[in-house]
Design a protein around this ligand. Sequence first.
Ligand SMILES: [Zn+2]
Length: 413
Amino acid sequence: MMLWIQNPSEVITCHANQPKSGSAMQDIGRLTGVEILIRNGLIEAIAPRIDLEAKYDLAHAKVLDAEGRAVLPGFIDSHTHLVWGGERAEEFSWRLSGMDYMEIMNRGGGIAATVEKTRAASEDELIEAAGKRLDSMLRMGVTTVEAKSGYGLNLETEIKQLQAAEELNQIHPVDLVHTYMGAHDIPKGMEKEAYIASILQDLTGIREKTKAEFFDVFCEKNVFEIEDTQKLLEAANRHGFKLKLHADEIVPLGGAELAVSMGATSADHLLKVTDDGVRALAEGGTIATLLPGTAFSLQTDYAPARRLIEAGCSVALASDLNPGSCHSESIPLIIALSCLQMGMTIEEVITALTINAAAAVNRLDTIGSLAAGKQADLILLDAPSYFQLIYHLGVNSVKTVVKKGRVVYQRDY
Ligand SMILES: [Zn+2]
C-alpha cells in the first residue's frame, strides 16, 4: 500500500535525531522540489520526483496531489488532561466576575467538581466526550496526544479514565500516550500523607490494569511539595514509569531542578522557573514544555520562553486542555500566543509542536519529523508556506491530515 504525495510547495521535515535546543530550533529542515512516498504507513522516501520514479514502481501508488501546499509533520499535543466528566462552563463567568479560586471552590466549582463528575461518569460517557475533543484536535492537525488521568483521585476512577483513553486509542485515528496522574490533587476529606501512601500502593494496580507509560505530579506549594514529589517520582521510577512533572507554575519550588535530577522526560508549565532551573534544564535531557493557553486563560504572566531557548533548553509547546484552567485544544491559539506573547519565532513554534513534542512523549524514533522510516503522520496547509500558521492569526490553516499513511481528515473549503 503506497501513497505518493505530489506537488508540495515545500516539505518541512523538522528532522533531527535529537530534540532541538537553543539556536538550532530555527532550523526546521525546509525542502523544495521534493515529493513524499509512503509505504505501509511509514515514510519510504522524500526525494525529487525523478528519483522516486527511477527507484520505485509507482504504477499502483495512490496519489495525493498537494496542489502547491506546504507539508509539515503532524502536531503532537504532549500535555493534556483529555478525559474528564461533566463541564464547568459557568465557572468561567464566575472567574470573569472577579471571584478567586477559593470562592469558586466554595460555590462547588474547581477541580473537585470535575472529580465528582468523573467518578459518576460511565466509561462510555468518558469515551464519547473525549472522542469529540480528539476529533477537534485532529482537524487542527494533531496526530498524537498525551492524555493524563487525575480526575479520579482513587484507584477505581483513575483506572476508568486510563482505560477510556486506551479504548479511544483503538478506535480513533489520533494516537494516545497514557499518563497516570493520581498525584493531581489531594482528594477532599483525605490527609496528604494518607493520599500519598495510597498512590504508592496503587502503582502496582495501575501498572497491571492500564497501559500508563508516564507518571506525573502536580508539584506545587500546599499540594505536593518538593519532598512529596521526589518520593512519588522515585516510587514511580521503581515501578517502571517514565516521569513528567507539573513544575514551577505558581511558586518556584525547584520543580525544574528536581525533574532534571530525576531524569524526567519533561518538566511542564515553568512560569516561575528560576535561573538555576533554566540552567538545569539546559544541561540535562529534560524537555521544557510550555503551556501558553493556560497562562492566557488564567491571565497570568507567560513562561520565559526566550530565556529558556537562549539558555539552550529544548522547548515543547502543548495545549494543557482541561476543564478548568485551560479549556482549549486550539493549536492556532497556542501558535498565536507563543509568537506574539512569548516572543518565539514561527520556526521555534513548529519545532516545539513536532520534534521536541515527540521527545516530550518519548516518541522520537517514530514521530515528530518527516524522514525515511518514520511514521507517515503529516499535514497539508491551505497555503504554500508554513508562515500561514502565524499569518492567518487564530484560524486553522490545516487542510488535510494524513495519519500512518492514510488521509483521515480533509477540509473541503
Ligand atoms: Zn496539566
